[in-house]
Design a protein around this ligand. Structure first.
Ligand code: YNC
Ligand code: MG
Length: 388
């Protein structure tokens, strides 16, 4: 059934009932001298091409490949439109490896036709902190689909990850592969309901008029929590403490240090936004919330070409009720002109989704680990990891 995935060190569908298999690595690491030294062969017309994201022209090519060929919804109405600035942010965290930004181009025209990437991360599973690669942006040009190029890209990124003496990876996909550690659902909170209905993202509810719908989703003009403000560089240590203590509750979560927090959470215009609550009395940082910006192209609509979407990232509510904190996140997203605010049912998110008028989406997001078994998987609420 899965000619490629059956050959890989991942939980296989047949293993599910086998209680004798222990949690942790499926295969031990090999000596580095045994890692294949040469890139895997590609069809003759193509060549490997390590991408330098400092190069604006290359970044523009990568942006264009993804903007035209990356993930679409089931009805092909929308396609992710990651911005060039976002791609730079996503692909160059602390200690990133340039060799893990892997392109395939046509030998003759030099046109970029496929891509896969990895970035290094420390991810904790139960009490085991593991160096992993986070694999993302696997993309094959629409004209080259179903030719078994994807397994070649995956084998090549795996080889380059192994060369750094890293043997595990984390990734998400909309498709079911052997075997998810958990399956999450996206929820959507309308901020600009009229536009979302016009582009076919949402529908007018039964017995609802447009003006009642607009009123239903209306939000205050400014955040309500005293001391709610944007995160700044001086907050990195406090946010790191807050986040580390919070993520310790989850079965699978990143192990962030201050450098990670500075990279992943310090605000960058139209890439990542982070807010915190600074107690007006003690000046202590008590709560934190964040979202990243991922627009979608609207395919085949006469009036609109993009949807501006915010995606809930990491949130920590200690003093402020989570619902109130997230309501403030919705308010700032609305102020900044986002059309929709999306969140997965991970961590404690179930605790605010319905109350804050999020509706369940139809897409599922499956989370996977490579060469790491977690017997019986986990619940979305036990997952403390958000990938981009
Ligand atoms: C997918 N998304 O099952 P079997 S997510 C992994 N992730 O293999 P072909 C996938 N595998 O079943 P196409 C996959 N989609 O026969 C398909 N596959 O064993 C498997 N779409 O290859 C599939 N981006 O080349 C099958 O298929 C084999 O031409 C078929 O190419 C697939 O980034 C794809 O959704 C997805 O661009 C590239 O459809 C193409 O269709 C495309 O004939 C639109 O491939 C964009 C899209 C995927 C987004 C993502 C995470 C990727 C994770 C990859 C796995 C990483 C493993 C860990 C490596 C490091 C290890 C260490 C240490
Ligand atoms: Mg293919």
């Amino acid at each position: 059934r899965h000619k490629f995935w059956e050959t890989q060190p991942v939980g296989q569908f047949g293993d599910v009932a086998d209680v004798s298999l222990p949690d942790g690595a499926i295969e031990p690491p090999s000596p580095l001298s045994e890692v294949r030294a040469d890139p895997y062969p590609l069809p003759a017309a193509f060549e490997w091409f390590t991408c330098d994201l400092d190069d604006d022209a290359l970044l523009a090519d990568l942006y264009a490949l993804l903007a035209h060929n990356y993930v679409e919804d089931d009805e092909n109405m929308f396609r992710f439109n990651y911005s060039p600035a976002f791609l730079r942010w996503a692909l160059r965290p602390p200690s990133f490896f340039r060799a893990w930004h892997i392109g395939v181009r046509a030998k003759e025209s030099k046109k970029l036709v496929a891509f896969i990437s990895g970035v290094p991360a420390r991810i904790r599973a139960r009490d085991d902190v593991v160096r992993m690669a986070e694999i993302n942006f696997l993309c094959v040009h629409k004209k080259l689909r179903s030719k078994r190029l994807a397994p070649v890209l995956i084998r090549e990124v795996t080889r380059r990850v192994h060369l750094e003496n890293i043997w595990q990876a984390a990734y998400t996909a909309g498709v079911v592969l052997p075997t998810p550690i958990t399956t999450c659902r996206y929820w959507h909170r309308s901020l600009n309901p009229k536009k979302l209905i016009d582009v076919g993202f949402s529908r007018l509810g039964p017995r609802m008029t447009m003006s009642r719908t607009v009123r239903l989703y209306k939000l205050p003009d400014a955040p309500l929590t005293p001391g709610f403000r944007q995160m700044e560089l001086r907050d990195v240590a406090a946010v790191t403490r807050l986040l580390r203590a919070y993520l310790a509750r989850y079965v699978v979560a990143p192990d962030f240090d201050e450098l990670d927090v500075e990279h992943w959470l310090l605000p960058q215009e139209d890439v990542v936004d982070s807010y915190l609550v600074e107690s007006p009395e003690t000046h202590e940082v008590t709560d934190f919330c964040s979202f990243y910006t991922l627009p979608s192209s609207v395919l085949n609509n006469a009036n609109y070409s993009t949807l501006k979407a915010a995606y809930s990232y990491y949130n920590v509510a200690v003093k402020t009720p989570l619902q109130q904190l997230m309501n403030d996140a919705l308010i700032v997203a609305k102020q900044k002109n986002y059309d929709v605010f999306n969140a997965l049912d991970v961590m404690e998110n179930e605790g605010f989704l319905k109350e804050l008028k999020f509706g369940p989406g139809d897409g599922q997001l499956h989370y996977y680990l490579y060469n790491y078994r977690i017997r019986n998987g986990i619940k979305p609420s036990e997952l403390g990891l958000v990938l981009l």
